[in-house]
Structures are given as structure tokens and as C-alpha cells.
Design a protein around this ligand. Structure first.
Ligand code: FAD
Length: 201
């Protein structure tokens, strides 16, 4: 019986493992397919105080710290979690592990367009987070794809930094809040490209 099973070994899971190790908990980290998580794809970390370098290098440091504090690593996939009394964590090979507590750190999946070129350029100029990545595009021409609040607010955020922002939307009307859309329409750096669907990047 583990005191704690952590599911996922991105920055959240690895940090969790450091804390659990320091508390001397009998802890297991089930890493899934990707130790380091999404941050492994970051070419240049710019927002972690005191650190300059790639995301993969930073995640190696996180991982080394987590191992140092004694949390056990298991490179498998969690398939199911039940709680008949204590938690039962079932792995993809059918093995079952008992734990008093489980912390889920399995990240999220970003919705993609599904067009050619998307995987190739992801993290290399193609981003799914304007708040995270707008500062990477000073004085550049950028395109934001979508018509909801994330897209229109992202376009406004980028318009403060980029030279020109094309806001590409498949319909002729936006799902975003009208007041936000109005602000975007009035922004001289934003050009609306409506009723248009990207087919390749
Ligand atoms: C291209 C790119 C650049 C980025 N740049 C930055 C940046 O510069 N600065 C910044 O602060 N943030 C950046 N981010 C965001 C940052 O990477 C994420 O916010 C962060 O990785 C989320 O951490 P997480 O631990 O919650 O999840 P993730 O990093 O997504 O990790 C999920 C973990 O769960 C595991 N897992 C999934 N399913 C299972 C399962 N069933 N069983 C077991 N394990 C499982 C995976 O193997 C992985 O280890 C960037 C993201 C991307 C994509």
C-alpha cells in the first residue's frame, strides 16, 4: 500500500514527487509515456526565474530532484482508478496498486486543427497559448485561428507585440463576446479573415 500515487510526470507531477519525498511518504510516480511532459517541447524557457535553457534540460533537473528525494518512478500508463475502500490504481498491463491517496497530474490535450504541417511546426512558431508565447513574436506577422474568446483575446494580446495579426475564422460571425469582438474590429493591427478554413501550415 502506497501513501501516495502520482499520475503523470510533467512539471506538476515531478514537483509533487519532490514534496512527497521530502515528507517521507511512501510514494509512487507513474510517469506515462513522457517524463518531463509538455515542457520537453519548449525550445527556450523564458519565464522560469533564474533559469535559461530548453524545457527538456529543465525537466531533467526536475526529474533528478524528484528521484533524489526517494519517490519511486514507474514508466507505465494508468488505465483506471477505482476506490472500493482505499484507491486502486490499475495499469495498462492489468496490474493493480493500492494507495491511500492519488494525485492526478496527467496534463491536458490541446485541440488541434488536424492539417498538414501542424505537428512539424508545433513549438517552432506554432503555439496554442497566446498568453504564454505572444512575447516570442515582436514585430512579426502572425495568424490566430479560431472564433471564440480564446482566439479573439489572443489576437488582441498579440496585437500589442506583433506587427500584424490575421484573425482567421471559419464562420462569418464570432462565438466570442461581442464587446471583445468589437475591440478587435477596431484594432488597426488586426485583420479579420472570415469564412476561411486553414488547409495547411
Ligand atoms: C510548445 C510549448 C511551449 C511551452 N512553453 C512554456 C514556457 O516557456 N513556459 C511555461 O511556463 N509553460 C510553457 N508551456 C506550457 C507547459 O509545458 C505546461 O503548462 C506544463 O507542461 C503542464 O504541466 P503538467 O505537469 O500539468 O502536464 P504535462 O506537462 O502535460 O504532463 C503530463 C504528464 O502526464 C503523463 N500522463 C498522461 N496520461 C497518463 C496516464 N494515463 N498515466 C500515467 N501518466 C500519464 C505524461 O506522460 C506526462 O508525464 C509550453 C507548452 C508547449 C506545448
Amino acid at each position: 500500500m502506497y501513501d501516495l500515487i502520482i499520475v503523470g510526470a510533467g512539471p506538476a507531477g515531478l514537483t509533487c514527487a519532490i514534496y512527497a519525498g521530502r515528507k517521507k511518504l511512501n510514494c509512487l510516480l507513474v510517469t506515462g509515456p513522457n517524463i518531463g511532459g509538455e515542457t520537453n517541447t519548449t525550445v527556450d524557457i523564458q519565464n522560469y526565474p533564474g533559469y535559461e535553457g530548453s524545457g527538456a534540460e529543465l525537466m531533467q533537473k526536475f526529474s533528478a530532484s524528484a528521484r533524489k528525494w526517494g519517490c519511486e518512478f514507474l514508466e507505465q500508463f494508468v488505465a483506471k482508478i477505482t476506490k472500493p475502500k482505499e484507491f486502486v490504481v490499475e495499469l495498462d498491463d492489468g496490474k493493480k496498486l493500492d494507495a491511500k491517496a492519488v494525485i492526478l497530474c496527467y496534463g491536458r490535450q490541446r485541440r488541434k486543427l488536424g492539417v498538414p504541417g501542424e505537428d512539424r511546426f508545433f513549438g517552432r512558431g506554432l503555439s496554442t497559448c497566446a498568453t504564454c508565447d505572444a512575447p516570442l513574436f515582436p514585430n512579426k506577422d502572425v495568424a490566430v485561428i479560431g472564433g471564440g474568446n480564446s482566439a479573439v483575446e489572443g489576437a488582441l494580446e498579440l496585437a500589442r507585440i506583433a506587427k500584424k495579426v490575421y484573425l482567421v475564422h471559419r464562420r462569418d460571425q464570432f462565438r466570442a463576446d461581442e464587446v471583445t469582438v468589437e475591440t478587435a474590429r477596431k484594432n488597426p493591427r488586426i485583420e479579420l479573415v472570415l469564412s476561411s478554413v486553414p488547409v495547411e501550415i
